[in-house]
Structure formats: structure tokens, C-alpha cells
Ligand binder design. Structure first.
Ligand code: DC
Length: 233
């Protein structure tokens, strides 16, 4: 049973492949909240840029062209019959496409563009207006929802995270090497934490979690404890 007091905002931030999406999705399901993957929104904008010839061979986005195209980019989430959500770009299901390495390799410079961030942050804040959501990303607890009642900052080493992503990609049939994935993780960590606009950082009031050695069950229990404390149960 939900009650008014339980409709809080939960912000989960951390580096790529820290397991924050799994964590956010499972927590949302456990407490009956909506889950929003903010990274998927940056990935969808990046896919649009790639498909419209706005990313150079060296991975540099054409900032002016992309900013001019922002009003033409509509991003939404469609709930599937199994309860999962698929990212929609201008009405097209791009959930599979946005997880590919070509998008992963191009997304960080796109996510560093201030106008892209402003447009997506606005959309994220609108999605949170009704509260009762779990959103994961890099700047959710610092910029998008600085007043979120529960903020979690996920920490795990680059190697642990690269191993996870590599396993995930191999399971999906991608032809990648562990070294390639690790290089992508390290490269993105660097861009995400050193960019001028909303770099990844732990909010002062966020609870840190290093989940490198935690099972999913242990993590679920830990999250539920944090949730109960945040709603005052
Ligand atoms: O979490 P992810 O790997 O799907 O994120 C994709 C990219 O988007 C990553 O380079 C960081 C960026 N991002 C961001 O800058 N701010 C967010 N709130 C979420 C993701």
C-alpha cells in the first residue's frame, strides 16, 4: 500500500556500469515507483546525432547542428507488457540501438554540451513532478533533484565495472574484447568527471555504496533499508 508520505524522489548517481541501473530498476519495482534511466536520454540524443551525420569520424559532435536540432528530438519511455521500459526516439523504439558500442563511444562528448543537458534536465524534472520515482544518472542528486529525499552514490572500480559491461555485451552477442570495454569505461569516467557542465560528483548528502562485493540480494536489502529510513518507517 502506498501512502502520501511514501512518494519521495530517489536519486542514484555513479559512473558507467556501476550497476546503478539494475539497482534503480529493482528498487523501483520493490517499492512500486517509476524508474527513469536518464543515461538512456543522453544515448538517444547521441543516436539522433549519429544518424543525422552530426558526429565526426573522431567522435566530435557538431555542436551547432545538434543544438539547432534539439527541438526536433522527442524522447519518451514506453512501458512494455512485462513492465520494462523502452526508450523511444521520435516515436521509434531505440532501446537496443542506444546500448551499442557506437553510441557508448560517442555519448560522453554529447552529454557534455550545456544545451543538451539543459533540455534533458528540464525533461527529467518534468518526469519527476509527480514524485514516486527512482532516477539514475550522473547529476541526479546534484542538479536534477537537489532536494531528493534519498540520494545514493554508487562506487566500484573501473575493472569491476568493465567486467560487468563486458559480460553483459557478450551475453547479447556483441563482438568486443574486455580491453576495448575497459578502455571505453576509463575514457568515459574521465570525460564524465572532468567536464565543465555538471560533472559526476557525489552530492554532500548522498549515501555512498561500493557494491563491488555485494550480491544482488544483499544490495536489494540494503536499498530497502535506505528507503525505509528515508520515508521514516
Ligand atoms: O549511464 P549510461 O552509461 O547509460 O550514460 C550514458 C552517458 O550519458 C554517459 O557518458 C554519461 C551521460 N550521462 C550524464 O551525463 N548525465 C546523466 N544524468 C546520465 C548520463
Amino acid at each position: 500500500m502506498q501512502n502520501e508520505k511514501k512518494n519521495i524522489i530517489i536519486a542514484i548517481d555513479g559512473f558507467s556500469s556501476s550497476g546503478k541501473s539494475t539497482m534503480a530498476r529493482r528498487l523501483a519495482a520493490a517499492v512500486g515507483y517509476r524508474y527513469i534511466d536518464s543515461g538512456a536520454m543522453y544515448r538517444a540524443v547521441t543516436l539522433y546525432a549519429l544518424e543525422h551525420g552530426m558526429v565526426g569520424a573522431d567522435g566530435t559532435p557538431d555542436v551547432d547542428a545538434l543544438v539547432a536540432a534539439l527541438p526536433d528530438i522527442d524522447i519518451d519511455f514506453a512501458v512494455q507488457s512485462d513492465g520494462s521500459q523502452h526508450t523511444m526516439l521520435n516515436g521509434e523504439d531505440v532501446e537496443g540501438e542506444i546500448r551499442r558500442l557506437r553510441v557508448s563511444n560517442a555519448v560522453s562528448p554529447v552529454a557534455a554540451i550545456p544545451a543538451v543537458r539543459h533540455a534533458l534536465v528540464e525533461k527529467q524534472q518534468a518526469l519527476g513532478r509527480e514524485r514516486g520515482i527512482v532516477m539514475d544518472g550522473r547529476d541526479i542528486g546534484t542538479v536534477v533533484f537537489p532536494d531528493a529525499e534519498l540520494k545514493i552514490y554508487v562506487d566500484a572500480s573501473a575493472e569491476t565495472r568493465a567486467r560487468r559491461r563486458f559480460k553483459e555485451m557478450v551475453e547479447k552477442g556483441a563482438a568486443v574484447s574486455y580491453e576495448e570495454v575497459l578502455a571505453n569505461v576509463v575514457h568515459r569516467d574521465h570525460i564524465d568527471s572532468t567536464r565543465a557542465e555538471s560533472p559526476l560528483r557525489r552530492a554532500d548528502d548522498a549515501i555512498s555504496l561500493d557494491n563491488s562485493a555485494m550480491s544482488l540480494d544483499e544490495q536489494d536489502l540494503w536499498l530497502l533499508e535506505q528507503f525505509k529510513r528515508a520515508v521514516g518507517e
